[in-house]
Design a protein around this ligand. Structure first.
Ligand code: 5AD
Ligand code: FES
Length: 359
């Protein structure tokens, strides 16, 4: 297992030859543990309503000018059907923390998807009550995504105000989800103003301690309509301490996440693609990632799910994203995955790469 100092060394590394050895090691550990298949998860952004006011997020409650939408059950089922037609193994239902998507509405939709289609269902609906999470699991939901965003608790509290009178600890919620039988996914943004290199190293160690089944990592992208993105109060650290929100830093984290969690499913994310539309997704897949999440949201809703600006694929249709993703997978000599593509087994991982010797 990598030590904190080794992780920090890589996060501060800028020698291209040494970085090439990190990419090679991550790619090899990926190949040995999760193979060459790239699993496709159809990402469906079912609602942009949100009761929370995260300082970084473009769909936060405190943006009255943003038009809000919530897909109907029929629309959601039709999109899930399209995902099954495309051959995806999983549909991901993602939304802001929308109280209008009640426990029973989501439970009914999950049950109907599971009845109609051979799809794994992943939920990404924010911090919800144990009753809701249990009802959704009983309705057939397989996985849950809840990024902890940063392991620095002070920073998290600054950018993620609690609901009045309620505090829901994301780590505790991840443990509860696992007890309920969900596969659990979490992850972070990289380069949040106020986030240090040490914080990112701690994030990687935490991925391993939580034994995550899925790890999502994307660069923080400032959104003008948010307090954190607007600028003046920007609580950045001095340059030598502040983690950069760059493409390179994102690849380093993806590679280190792979080395720390050899068997995890790790997507090459849309936020990464937003920084490098031409080849960000491919480079993520070649530096530790094994998952792509083609957007299957109806085109008319996409521009309203603008959690950060210039998000990739905002004008496209599901069919366009589908062929784009297949082309990208082929271009790097990999194959689209078959079946639901869950975590293979929680057991001994293959990690034959001796990083120490290569640095
Ligand atoms: N930049 C990058 N990623 C963001 N997210 C939310 N806002 C931003 C932003 N401004 C990410 C968070 C969240 C996921 C759904 O999107 O990590 O968990
Ligand atoms: Fe949407 Fe490429 S994945 S256009």
């Amino acid at each position: 297992m990598l030590t904190c100092d080794e992780i920090l060394g890589w996060l501060r590394e800028d020698n291209p030859d040494r970085l090439a050895s990190l990419w090679r090691a991550a790619d090899e550990v990926r190949r040995l543990n999760v193979g060459d298949e790239v699993h496709l998860r159809g990402l469906l952004e079912i609602s942009n309503h949100c009761r929370r006011d995260c300082a970084y997020c473009g769909i936060r409650a405190g943006r009255p000018s943003l038009a809000r939408y919530r897909m109907t059950a029929e629309e959601i089922l039709a999109c899930a059907g399209a995902a099954a037609e495309f051959g995806y193994g999983t549909v991901v239902l993602q939304a802001g923390e929308d109280a209008g998507l009640t426990g029973s509405i989501i439970a009914d939709i999950v049950a109907e998807i599971k009845f109609r289609y051979p799809l794994a269902v992943t939920l990404s609906l924010g911090e919800r009550s144990d009753e809701e999470l249990l009802a959704w699991r009983q309705a057939g939901a397989d996985r849950y995504l809840l990024r902890f965003e940063t392991s620095n608790r002070d920073l998290f509290a600054r950018i993620h105000p609690a609901l009045p009178g309620r505090s829901r600890d994301r780590f505790e919620m991840l443990q509860r989800l696992r007890q309920m039988g969900y596969e659990i996914g979490s992850g972070v943004m990289c380069g949040i103003p106020g986030q240090s290199y040490e914080d990112l190293a701690e994030d990687v160690l935490l991925f391993a301690r939580l034994d995550l089944d899925m790890i999502g990592i994307g660069p923080y992208i400032p959104h003008e309509g948010t307090p954190l993105g607007a600028g003046p109060d920007d609580p950045r650290l001095p340059p030598e301490r502040q983690a950069p929100n760059t493409e390179l830093m994102t690849y380093k984290l993806v590679a280190l996440a792979r080395l720390a969690c050899p068997q995890a499913n790790i997507p090459s994310t849309t936020a990464l693609a937003t920084l490098n539309l031409a080849s960000g997704r491919e480079l993520g897949l070649q530096r530790g990632a094994n998952i792509l999440m083609p957007n299957i949201t109806l085109t008319q809703y996409r521009r309203l799910y603008e959690i950060y600006p210039s998000k990739a694929c905002i004008m496209e249709t599901a069919a366009q994203c589908h062929s784009c993703m297949r082309r990208r997978i082929q271009s790097i000599g990999r194959q689209p995955g078959r079946g639901p593509g869950g975590r293979r087994c929680r057991g001994v991982a293959t990690s034959t790469i001796e990083l120490e010797e290569q640095r």
